[in-house]
Design a protein around this ligand. Structure first.
Ligand SMILES: NC(=O)c1ccc[n+]([C@@H]2O[C@H](COP(=O)([O-])OP(=O)(O)OC[C@H]3O[C@@H](n4cnc5c(N)ncnc54)[C@H](OP(=O)(O)O)[C@@H]3O)[C@@H](O)[C@H]2O)c1
Length: 268
């Protein structure tokens, strides 16, 4: 790899970007999988990336784009090795982002493309699940946009709908309906700590608890991510327990923004 890259630098100048797209499949149930098959699927992605990163450690890279897969995020029967490899790519991307300030690092968890390793039989499986195929041009445009999107999340999920329209699951666009992370039915009796937080004679949900539940909701909606904190947290209207109506339903909805989970908390 070092020799290869040295030749490329000599011929084309400094290396400024890295796209890692190598990958192979060996789909089988875990019981039928051999160590060699696992090593081939895992090694192609992970060892390949380690080798590239180490050979470009001294290059001032402006971007690193990794081809990960929705299998790493959601799993898929027969693809445990592939899922592990892709999730390791996601986390190596996070680590690399911290090591290289000024370098846009993105790991795109692609849904199926209309080409490459997606065979006709796999296409049928995806069609049955209502998952569309990412067109080559649309996928290429998406990749370029993501590389250019400084300050955006490191881990992005890109998946096509049944009609082939491509959307990024992270970040979610404002117009999308937010999924409910969890719902609570609050009563002073069930949550006695509320009796200790009384303003103007009425029990009020403490902000510290709201923060804890918001963080919990964010992680619910984003498995595998870590909660780092809030930006611009404001409580515009407190959750107040009016006398005579002790019950308030609260549902928490998670929306990741710029890598940091944020929450909408509508009160029913
Ligand atoms: N197609 C999809 O729907 C889809 C979805 C999600 C993620 N991805 C990811 O996107 C990437 C590209 O997929 P694809 O569909 O284009 O697959 P593909 O057509 O099968 O191409 C795979 C590429 O990986 C290279 N490769 C395989 N083993 C290698 C190794 N040990 N060292 C270096 N290169 C190696 C192959 O090179 P040779 O041809 O020289 O062997 C080939 O260029 C993969 O990482 C895959 O996991 C694809």
């Amino acid at each position: 790899m070092r020799n290869l890259l040295a030749g490329i630098r000599q011929k084309h100048g400094q290396i400024r970007g890295l796209v890692h797209g190598a990958g192979v499949l060996a789909d089988r149930l875990i019981v039928d999988k051999s160590i060699d098959q696992f090593a081939m699927v895992y090694g192609t992605k992970v060892d390949g990336l380690h080798s590239l990163l180490s050979a470009t450690a001294e290059d001032e890279l402006r971007f690193i784009a990794l081809f990960s897969s929705t299998t790493g995020r959601f799993g898929r029967i027969g693809q445990v090795d592939y899922a592990v490899a892709n999730e390791v790519l996601n986390k190596l991307a996070q680590a690399e982002m911290r090591k290289r300030p000024g370098c846009r690092v993105v790991s795109i968890n692609w849904g199926p493309w209309d080409g490459g390793m997606v065979t006709p039989s796999l296409k049928k499986v995806f069609a049955g699940e209502g998952i569309g195929l990412i067109g080559l041009a649309a996928g290429g445009d998406f990749l370029v946009r993501e590389i250019a999107a400084t300050g955006s999340p490191v881990e992005v999920v890109a998946i096509a709908g049944a009609a082939g329209e491509l959307s990024a699951i992270s970040p979610i666009s404002r117009s999308q309906v937010l999924p409910e992370a969890f719902a609570l039915n609050l009563t002073v009796n069930d949550y006695p700590f509320l009796r200790s937080h009384v303003l103007d004679g009425k029990a009020v949900l403490p902000m510290a608890v709201i923060v804890e539940w918001l963080a919990h909701g964010a992680l619910h909606g984003n498995p595998g991510l870590r909660f780092h904190g809030f930006n611009d947290l404001r409580i515009c209207k407190g959750v107040v327990f009016e006398q005579g109506s002790p019950c308030t339903s609260v549902s928490w909805q998670a929306r990741p923004r710029k890598g940091i989970p944020s929450i909408w908390c509508p009160l029913n």
